[in-house]
Design a protein around this ligand. Structure first.
Ligand SMILES: C[S@@+](CC[C@H](N)C(=O)[O-])C[C@H]1O[C@@H](n2cnc3c(N)ncnc32)[C@H](O)[C@@H]1O
Length: 331
C-alpha cells in the first residue's frame, strides 16, 4: 500500500535522487495539510468570507484597489477550497479505524475489494498487467540474486497478494506457492495466474504456516509484507519458516530500513501526515536489520547476511543441515 508506502518502495529504490527536491517542499505541505485536516471548515469559511467582502465592496462602491483585493481573495480562497476537495476525494485507502493491526484478513480483504484496489494496495499501481509486472522487477532481481533461486527449487511466498512477484519467480523455479491470509487477494491471484502449471495458492488461517509440512520448501520469502505485521507475528513467521524449510533451505525477508536516509524520510513523512490522525492498521512499520537478525539467530538460522538496498534492508539466511527439525534456542 502505496500501502501507501506501500508500494512506493520499488519506485524509491530507483529514484531516490528524484525524490530529494520534493522533500524540501514537504514541511510547508505538511503544515498546510495538517492545518486543513484539523480545521476542515477553514477553506469553505475563508471562501465564504471573501465572497461577502467582495459583495460589500461592490455594494458600497469602495475604490478600485479594494475591489481588486477582494476579488483576488475570492479567487485564491476558491482555488484552495477546490484543491482541498480534490485532495480529500483522491484518498485511495480507507482509514479502517474500526480494525486493529492484527486483524490481517479483514483489513486486507477490505483493501482488495476489486482488482483495481488490490493492485493499488500491493504496488500502488493501476490494474494494468504491464505496469504490475514492471513494478515487480527490482524485487525479482533481489530475490534471484540473494535467495539464489534455482530451477529445481520449491519456493514459498508468504503474503503473496495478487501474485505480482510470484508470476515472475514461477518461471525460474520448480514450483511456486503463494500463501496469504486474505481470501480476496488470493481470488485476484488465482484469476491472474490461472493456467500457470507450477503455481499453487494457499490460504493461511492464522499467523504461522501450519498448512505446510516440515521440510517442504527450498526457499521461503517475505517481501513487502513484514512491515504490515506486529513484531511478534514477524517472529512467529521466522520460526515457522525454519520448520517448513528443508536443510540448506534459504529465507529472504525485506523491510523498510529506518536506518537508511530514504527510510527515515518516509518515516518522518508518515509521522507528520498521521500526527493528528488515526493510524490505519495496514500502515507500514519500519524496522532494522538488527531486529530481523535477532529473530533469525534465535530461530537457529545460519549464514545470516544483511543487504542494504535503500530504502529497504534485506536479510537472508540458511537453515543448517544439522537442523532437521525446528529447534528454537532459549535466550
Ligand atoms: C503490500 S501486500 C504485498 C503483496 C506481495 N508480497 C507483493 O509484493 O506484491 C501485503 C500482503 O500481505 C498479506 N498479509 C498481510 N498480513 C498477513 C499475515 N499476517 N499473514 C499472511 N499474509 C498477510 C496481505 O493480504 C497482502 O496480500
Amino acid at each position: 500500500m502505496r500501502t501507501n508506502t506501500l508500494a512506493a518502495v520499488e519506485t524509491l529504490q530507483e529514484s531516490e535522487e528524484a525524490k530529494a527536491p520534493r522533500a524540501r517542499w514537504s514541511p510547508a505541505r505538511r503544515l498546510a495539510s495538517s492545518l486543513f485536516r484539523r480545521y476542515s471548515w477553514l477553506p469553505p469559511a475563508a471562501s465564504l468570507i471573501s465572497f461577502v467582502v467582495l459583495g460589500a465592496a461592490l455594494a458600497i462602491e469602495l475604490n478600485l484597489s479594494y475591489k481588486f483585493a477582494a476579488a483576488t481573495a475570492v479567487a485564491v480562497t476558491s482555488f484552495v477550497w477546490g484543491y482541498w476537495m480534490q485532495a480529500v476525494r483522491r484518498r485511495l485507502f480507507p482509514p479502517l479505524a474500526h480494525l486493529h493491526r492484527r486483524q490481517y484478513a479483514a483489513t486486507w480483504d477490505l483493501l482488495a475489494g476489486s482488482p483495481e484496489e488490490a493492485c493499488a494496495a500491493v504496488a500502488g499501481c493501476k490494474n494494468d498487467e504491464a505496469e504490475l509486472r514492471a513494478s515487480a522487477a527490482v524485487t525479482v532481481r533481489n530475490l534471484m540474486e540473494l535467495a539464489c533461486i534455482r530451477g529445481s527449487d520449491q519456493v514459498l511466498e508468504v503474503g503473496c497478494g495478487v501474485g505480482r512477484i510470484g508470476r515472475e519467480i514461477a518461471t525460474h523455479c520448480s514450483t511456486w506457492t503463494g500463501a496469504d491470509m486474505s481470501m480476496k487477494m488470493l481470488g485476484h491471484a488465482s484469476a491472474r495466474l490461472c493456467g500457470i502449471a507450477n503455481v499453487h495458492l494457499a490460504r493461511l488461517h492464522s499467523v504461522g504456516l501450519s498448512e505446510f509440512e516440515n521440510n517442504s520448501f527450498d526457499v521461503v520469502y517475505f517481501t513487502n509484507m513484514l512491515m504490515h505485521l506486529d513484531e511478534m507475528d514477524r517472529w512467529q513467521y521466522v520460526e515457522e519458516a525454519l520448520r517448513v524449510l528443508r536443510p540448506d533451505g534459504r529465507i529472504f525477508m525485506d523491510i523498510i530500513d529506518i536506518e537508511s536516509d530514504a527510510g527515515w524520510i518516509m518515516f518522518r513523512h508518515d509521522a507528520g501526515r498521521y500526527k493528528h490522525l488515526e493510524r490505519p492498521p495496514y500502515m507500514p512499520r519500519f524496522s532494522t536489520a538488527a531486529e530481523l537478525t535477532v529473530y533469525l539467530e534465535r530461530a537457529g538460522f545460519e549464514k545470516i547476511q544483511t543487504h542494504r538496498r535503500s530504502p529497504l534492508v534485506i536479510v537472508t539466511a540458511v537453515k543448517s543441515c544439522m537442523n532437521k527439525q525446528q529447534t528454537v534456542s532459549a535466550p
